[in-house]
Ligand binder design. Structure first.
Ligand code: CP
Length: 302
């Protein structure tokens, strides 16, 4: 596997292999993570042009647990702030011969564009509104842990669908396993064309309809940083699209509540739900390390 750019072009057997391998990297309950030497003498560069807590940290931990050296570059303190272009920045880093570059960028397609010029594998850690492949993989790992299978499931993805790379990667991944996906949000954040991404994708603006009979409720943050005008009246969002205990009570008794984070309590999800037994939010974070170990191993060690 030469890098990981998206889920759309990743064949199902590759996804299955990563998910299976990530299971080996999950620690036993209350046990510390194991350390490996698989990537000894390898160097991974983390280059994040957008802010991140979960993805950047878990890639760094994942690389270290496999024995690799990691350099995390703070873009604000790099020569990007002096006007250096993306191509020149990547070529400069490439000249130092790291073994892989993990990259997040606000422009959709930036890692795809660069991977055509650089011989070094690039792992996409989120590109604009396009894809966030490792998020979808860790989400799938989390669903598998609770359900044992992805097949025959029905998943609701609720919130700012229009700007969500997490939604897009999840739609691609879940659809490869025949999952029914319901996309829900205000009409202004629910592009009709996303209903055509896969055969079993439905759209609704009604939250009650979205959560009916689903196995998983995946909530999304409203991405104000990607909106140029207000898509919804301020203060009204939580009333119509905030997940509250009464929604979970009306859903399937074993429904799983997920959120890629960062969560905005009282906007798209209430604290009662985020901190409840139904919530898998911290399991998602924990699985981020195991899944990213599996991805880095596959990219760097074959
Ligand atoms: N889920 C996710 O990408 O979180 P971060 O922005 O904190 O990395």
């Amino acid at each position: 596997m030469h890098g990981l750019l998206d889920i759309e072009s990743l064949p199902r057997p590759e996804i299955e292999a990563i998910l299976a391998r990530s299971k080996d990297f999950q620690p036993a309950p209350k046990q510390p993570f194991q350390r490996f030497t698989t990537l000894q003498n390898r160097t991974v560069v983390n280059l994040f042009f957008e802010s991140s807590t979960r993805t950047r940290t878990s890639f760094e931990i994942a690389a270290r647990r496999l024995g690799a050296e990691v350099l995390s570059i703070a873009v604000a303190a790099s020569s990007v702030s002096k006007g250096e272009s993306l191509v020149d920045t990547l070529n400069t880093l490439g000249a130092m011969r790291p073994d892989a570059i993990v990259m997040r960028h606000a422009a959709s397609g930036a890692p795809h564009f660069l991977s055509r010029y650089l011989p070094i594998p690039i792992v996409n850690a989120g590109d604009g509104t396009h894809e966030h492949p490792t998020q979808a993989l860790l989400d799938a790992r989390t669903i598998l842990d609770r359900r044992g299978t992805l097949e025959k499931l029905r998943v609701a993805i609720i919130g700012d669908i229009a700007h969500s790379r997490v939604a897009r990667s999840n739609i691609f991944l879940l659809s490869k396993f025949g999952v029914e996906v319901v996309l829900c949000g205000p009409a202004s954040l629910l592009p009709r064309e996303m209903g055509k991404m896969a055969p079993r994708v439905e759209l609704t603006t009604d939250m009650e309809t979205a959560i009916r009979d689903v196995d998983v409720i995946m909530m999304l943050r409203v991405q104000l940083e990607r909106q140029h005008e207000a898509a919804f009246p301020e203060g009204e969002y939580f009333r119509f699209y905030g997940l509250r205990p009464e929604h979970v009570e009306r859903a399937k008794p074993d429904v799983i509540v997920m959120h890629p984070g960062p969560i905005n309590r009282g906007q798209e999800i209430s604290s009662e739900v985020a901190d409840s037994q139904r919530s898998a939010i911290l399991n998602q974070v924990e699985n981020g390390v195991a899944v990213r170990m599996a991805v880095l191993e596959r990219v760097l060690a074959g």
